[in-house]
Design a protein around this ligand. Structure first.
Ligand code: ATP
Length: 462
């Protein structure tokens, strides 16, 4: 597999020069004209090394470097600084750049630097894999999580990455299912091949077959040229079928056939094509009940459900909130600020909220708050529903907002608030807190554990 290098420079001549030089050395190169483009390329593929100019319009190289360290910590970064820009060089090294080189530089000089950076980066990767398993860090392949349930997810990802079987990822919307699919792909032997994601619910039914398998020119109105489908685009890599429960029955049958026979035909095509693609699927629906009601083929269900990863909702792992907040601050905030990134009041409000939209919602909340003040997340900049929380009045009329609501997560949030309140009232004594809520110690403790609130303290009065 070729080593992949991303070159980031706003000067076309420099991009072209480096690309020709490095391709000649046997590396695969991709170029970006600005930091924003580089970040989106990093989002869709793995790079071993990024070579970036420091001075660029928009986000500069230093800011890019600090974001790379968050989104792709395993990637080595080499900075190109202007001649005599010692301050920038020092800052880059502090932020984790492998090294810097001053422009103009000699061809031999940059070649050696790149070789060394790649060697060191390989070594670091090996060490960090060892360290990661030993220390159980709070992040895995860009997925952040400190809770036992996320640690379990990380170890499952590692396990399923070693095999080639289909994996179904289940969980509410915004819990990180696509992120998990990407991590499985990157950790697997297919990691340097394509990862293609498609939302089955977003493709019109009549175009679905052509989207997945491609078509021959003239096979239907609008098919003006031959076109490869997603299976071909993902050849050798991974195809992630999101919202698999939305797949119409006819397409379920066609998909099953491809999975069984490992071959397909383009729409209107006569030639059978071999397929070597790993299938990962996700659903936030209960597919098993869809099988029972005849909405989903049972044989396909078992075929794609060889292994399963279940993503817990954020309200059931609130201990992940501080690390996630820190992570999103690095992504959206002013990372040059030192000191605390969130006020205690804001953190408390975030920990008490029930997140019907899960991590996607938390990310939006943090991003919006940082638009108001990029240096710190403050309570006053959080949305109203987070700031005010919600303490219900028993017996009050049910209020349903005109835009609808998610009753299940609302009730979970409510349950959690009562558990916490009862604990507060009894100074942490669980038996008494359970009695206050009319339940046994065991039942109370079970519910605490469900929300990740069981610290083991306060068990003395069992
Ligand atoms: N553990 C995590 N660490 C960091 N970011 C996360 C984590 N989980 C989710 N995110 C972020 O939250 C957003 C939603 O994640 P993702 O799209 O993977 O969720 P999903 O479960 O696939 O959602 P949907 O069901 O709506 O497609 C993304 O921006 C993702 O980067």
């Amino acid at each position: 597999m070729k080593t992949r290098i991303l070159i980031v420079d706003d000067e076309l001549s420099m991009r072209e020069f480096l690309s020709i030089l490095l391709e000649g050395e046997g590396y695969e190169t991709v170029v970006a004209a600005h930091a924003e483009q580089a970040l989106s390329l990093l989002d869709s593929g793995l790079f071993d090394l990024v070579i970036s100019d420091v001075q660029m319009p928009g986000l500069d190289g230093i800011e890019l470097l600090s974001r790379i360290k968050t989104v792709s910590p395993g990637t080595a970064v080499l900075m190109m600084t202007a001649y005599c820009a010692a301050e920038q060089a020092v800052e880059a090294m502090k932020l984790g750049a492998y090294d810097y080189i001053s422009k103009p530089f000699k061809v031999e000089e940059i070649k050696v630097l790149i070789r060394n950076a790649l060697e060191k980066c390989d070594l670091k990767r090996e060490n960090s894999v060892l360290k990661e398993t030993a220390q159980q860090r709070d992040s895995f392949c860009g997925i952040i999580g400190a809770s036992p349930r996320m640690k379990e997810v990380f170890s499952l990802i590692q396990k399923v990455s070693l095999s080639n079987s289909s994996v179904m990822i289940q969980g509410e919307s915004g819990t990180g299912k696509e992120l998990v699919a990407r991590a499985i792909h990157h950790c697997s032997s297919r990691g340097k091949k394509a990862f293609v994601a498609v939302n089955c619910g977003a493709i019109p039914e009549q175009l679905m077959e052509s989207e997945l398998f491609g078509h021959k020119r003239g096979s239907f109105t609008g098919a003006v040229a031959d076109r490869a489908g997603l299976f071909e685009q993902a050849e050798g890599g991974t195809l992630f079928l999101d919202e698999i429960g939305e797949l119409p029955l006819l397409m379920q049958t066609k998909l099953l056939r491809v999975l069984q026979e490992r071959e397909f035909r383009r729409v209107g095509g006569a030639q059978v094509q071999k397929s070597n693609v790993r299938i990962l699927t996700a659903s936030n629906r209960d597919l098993q009940s869809q099988v029972k009601t005849g909405g989903f083929r049972e044989d396909l269900y078992y075929r794609i459900n060889v292994m399963q990863i279940s993503m817990p909702p954020l309200r059931e792992r609130i201990e992940d909130i501080p690390v996630l907040v820190e992570h999103f601050f690095r992504k959206y905030g002013d990372t040059r600020q030192t000191g605390e990134v969130i006020t205690p009041g804001a953190l408390k409000a975030l920990m008490n909220y029930h997140y019907p939209g899960n991590i996607r919602e938390l990310e939006n909340i943090v991003e919006r708050s940082l638009v108001m003040d990029a240096s710190k997340i403050q309570e006053c900049n959080l949305p109203k529903q987070v700031r005010t929380g919600f303490l219900p009045c028993p017996g009050r009329d049910a209020l349903i907002p005109a835009e609808g609501m998610d009753l299940e997560s609302f009730l979970s949030g409510l349950e959690k608030q009562y558990l916490v309140k009862a604990l507060e009232m009894t100074g942490g004594a669980k038996k008494k807190a359970g009695e206050l809520l009319g339940m046994s110690f065991r039942s109370f403790r079970y519910r605490l554990a469900k929300f990740g609130l069981d610290s083991g303290e306060g068990d003395r009065d069992e």
